[in-house]
Design a protein around this ligand. Sequence first.
Ligand code: GRG
Length: 296
Amino acid sequence: MPVPFADRISDYSKRIEARLDGALPAAVETPSRLHTAMRYAVLNGGKRVRPLLVYASGECLAVPTDLLDAPAAAIELIHAFSLVHDDLPAMDNDDLRRGNPTVHRKFDEATAILAADALQPLAFRVLASTPRLGDADALALVRLIADACGSRGMTGGQSIDLASEGQRLTRDELEHMHFLKTGALLRAAVMSATCVRRELDTEKYNALDCYATAIGLAFQIKDDILDVEGETGVMGKNAGADQRLAKATWPALFGLPESKSRCEELLRRGLGSLDIFGDEADSLRWLARYIVERPL
Ligand code: GRG
């Protein structure tokens, strides 16, 4: 009887914490303030949803776990980088993240910018220094993750997000922005296992792509619902921030009931796209449900 994914999360979490810890420079290494800030940005909690998606997708495609550690760590480093920038005064100007002061509040703005700047190349270094990954697979991962975080992915989405404050976007415009800002990196997490299974047939590749797109959008809508309904103490970040910044979000533009039913619709679509797989996709199914039901 296989152990359910929920009971294996703590093992995967320990695994990714160890990989992140090992990849980051020691705090005592000069420049110590910069390295301390980098470690603070990454090792301060976080749900580790993206690494879990990497491992779950790897289970689905029977990829050995030790080939997934590098993409899992690289994607989480990029995610941590994006949160540091997202919280800066020039962006969302937040002072609380994961229940702690944001990096620029704990240290200072310049240190936060530099810590984030250093996390991005570190992510690509991790991908380039895993001997068991063949060169072609490592290059495919570099391309996948670079595309996800560049101007045609997360950075582009963030740019549209900032330009959309106070604007009345159409549903398609809103979802395009969300797909880039949040969905692209989540998609890269799901698709990274395909970079080491490049012989995968198109039907299965497309099924995973469809799942990734659906849960990526659902993740951001749920995030925006929590911003309205959640409590700061539970979420570890300030509730109501979207309203304060007049952000274009599903709840702001279409209301909470519509947002919840869109989330459910995306969950059904994500789960439906996995029908092509058997039990090997159960961990992905579990994560899809978690994404729309999570409390933080
Ligand atoms: C990193 C290349 C690069 C550019 C920066 C600032 C920026 C461009 C992009 C911001 C992207 C962003 C912060 C999107 C929001 C995604 C989101 C809902 C984050 C919250 O993720 P969780 O809930 O956080 O997984 P934890 O704390 O659990 O890790």
